[in-house]
Design a protein around this ligand. Structure first.
Ligand code: C2E
Ligand code: CA
Ligand code: CA
Ligand code: CA
Length: 279
């Protein structure tokens, strides 16, 4: 959409009006869906490449709209952030994922970790630390088995405020992963100042690994960087066996992707785990 500026006023084109109306419509629909408990979490297993066993899962938000269609999170999360709804939704995500972790442990998956996406709007909110502490305390989720995924861009903006906040979050005992790693512009010196636990190689760099090319020098660099900084590394978006093998050869310990499992409803996760070969 284009805007024209005249005498200090913005004149919105018709298309822009449509976009804004659509955004407002979606915001109302999302608020209703959330209050009616129509949002749910899907869980995608994270795999240890050496043993091929699931060692954790990432919780991913799902919204099935009134017409039965799924609205992709890439569409509704920006609206949730823009409207502030992400604060309540994000708290619900934290609590729900922590509660599921406790159930998984009760079902015998004692080493399981739960990775939870945290929006930067949520992370910067003054109540975030308290919300996190309450979610851990109320559900009884062991912090060492909870990992918060924050995006690379979030880590790089306002480094000093971020580092301070991160230190307090880490005092709760949870782990921190940098999501979509390789897409931002983190400097090595900056990375060293952050007390991180894990880097997530963005899917774009995993997709580059194909029969034609042993691929991604970026994936290789992230794996090396992780090793040098003493961080765990997980590759996301692994769709074929070749990618899994190349990543393992490059020294990547963990992977996630359609090759192993798609994100699934909590109820299906238990069956999926039970169907995995025993240790
Ligand atoms: P993300 O955190 O990078 O999540 C990974 C996305 O890749 C997920 O998309 C997942 O379903 C998809 N994926 C996993 N394996 C494969 C694969 O092998 N191939 C392909 N093509 N895709 C794969 P999804 O669930 O649509 O989520 C999109 C984004 O929405 C997430 O990207 C994350 O940024 C955001 N998101 C999802 N749930 C939450 C949440 O609870 N809170 C916040 N703040 N953001 C969330
Ligand atoms: Ca993520
Ligand atoms: Ca990601
Ligand atoms: Ca992403």
């Amino acid at each position: 959409a284009k805007t024209q500026q005249r005498a200090g006023h913005f004149y919105f084109t018709r298309n822009m009006g449509v976009e804004i109306r659509e955004r407002v419509r979606m915001m109302h629909a999302l608020r209703t869906a959330f209050s009616k408990h129509e949002l749910f979490l899907a869980y995608q297993p994270q795999i240890d490449l050496a043993t091929r066993r699931a060692v954790g899962a990432e919780a991913l938000l799902r919204w099935r709209a009134a017409d039965g269609r799924f609205v992709p999170p890439d569409r509704f999360i920006p609206i949730a952030e823009y409207s502030g709804l992400i604060i309540d939704i994000g708290e619900w995500v934290l609590r729900t994922a922590c509660a599921e972790l406790v159930r998984l442990r009760a079902a015998g998956h004692h080493e399981f970790t739960m990775s939870i996406n945290v929006s930067q709007v949520q992370f910067r909110h003054p109540q975030f630390l308290q919300v996190l502490r309450n979610a851990l305390a109320d559900t009884g989720a062991p912090p060492r088995h909870v990992e918060l995924e924050i995006t690379e861009s979030m880590a790089m903006e306002e480094p000093d405020t971020f580092i301070e906040m991160l230190a307090q979050v880490k005092e709760t005992g949870v782990h921190i992963a940098i999501d979509d790693f390789g897409t931002g512009f983190s400097s090595l010196s900056h990375l060293q100042r952050l007390r991180l636990d894990r880097l997530k190689i963005d899917r774009a760099f995993v997709t580059e690994i194909s029969g034609a090319s042993r691929g991604s020098s970026i994936a290789e660099m992230v794996i090396q960087l992780g090793r040098n900084l003493g961080l765990s590394v997980v590759a996301e978006g692994v769709e074929d066996e070749l990618q899994a093998r190349v990543l393992q050869q490059l020294g990547c310990p963990l992977a996630q992707g359609f090759l192993f499992a798609r994100p699934m409803a909590a109820g299906d996760l238990y069956g999926w785990l039970a169907s995995q070969p025993a240790q």
